[in-house]
Write a new protein. Structure first.
Length: 256
């Protein structure tokens, strides 16, 4: 489903502005509330309940993904001493990772495999890896896969498929993050809403947002961006949105 807000006075009041001051916030929230109400019947009439078996959150406790989920989602092998616990979240940043989260050793400008021990020292439960560095202890919990990026994407798809949350995907040339923040504020009035804490809108951010989707979330808001042709399509398929929100389509970010 795609909602066209072009003729919405409330949306024009929001996105027609080139900047927002702190004094505008109340007005913006008011306009967002009115805009949401304006299309409320469209959104909810198009939401359909998906069948299938969903994860039992009571049985899992605080775990986001159990060990069996990790193996099924990634087709990986569990190495090291895992104990009986699963993971409570997924992160690619060894500096900010939280206790019992899975550290995903992405290879970018720097290789995440070089920071596994740092993540474990900060409380990470395990690491998702494509090889075992020599400095890693044999009892360190690991998920060994053939490709870390692909495994992260598979975790995202696995989580999305099993979530009952109604998901809104936001894209457009401008205003994506602001729209995400405002929409999250509105939807939280109706139920638990999941959204990334920052501008997670690329090939890493989108799967991270989905992989961290709580099972008890009523709604989810995902932002999809692009910096090269063809980048949006696979992220859109991964997200499998119930509602698509396009802020604007214009020339933007064209200077390499």
């Amino acid at each position: 489903m795609c909602i066209d807000f072009e003729n919405s006075t409330h949306i024009q009041n929001i996105f027609g502005r080139t900047s927002l001051s702190s004094s505008d916030y109340s007005s913006v929230v008011s306009n967002v509330s009115a805009a949401i109400a304006e299309v409320n019947k469209q959104i909810y009439s198009n939401f359909t309940e998906e069948g299938g078996n969903f994860l039992d959150t009571d049985a899992r406790g605080i775990a986001l993904l159990a060990q069996t989920d990790l193996v099924e989602a990634t087709a990986g092998d569990l190495l090291g001493d895992w104990g009986n616990d699963g993971i409570t979240g997924v992160s690619i940043d060894s500096r900010t990772i939280k206790a019992n989260e899975l550290f995903v050793a992405i290879k970018g400008k720097r290789d995440g495999h070089n920071f596994i021990n740092d993540a474990i020292k900060l409380g990470a439960k395990a690491a998702l890896v494509d090889h075992v560095p020599v400095e890693i202890s044999s009892n360190t919990p690991l998920v060994l896969v053939s490709c870390v990026q692909e495994a992260l994407e598979n975790l995202a798809k696995y989580r999305r498929k099993r979530s009952q949350a109604k998901l809104v995907a936001i894209t457009g040339s401008v205003g994506k993050t602001s729209s995400k923040n405002m929409l999250k504020t509105i939807l939280e009035l109706q139920g638990k809403t999941h959204a990334a804490p920052a501008s997670f809108n690329n090939h890493l951010g989108v799967p991270l947002t989905l992989a961290n989707l709580p099972m008890d979330a009523t709604y989810a808001v995902v932002v999809i961006g692009m910096n090269k042709p063809g980048e949006i399509e696979p992220l859109a398929k991964m997200t499998s949105a119930d509602v698509v929100f396009i802020t604007a389509i214009a020339e933007a970010h064209l200077v390499a």
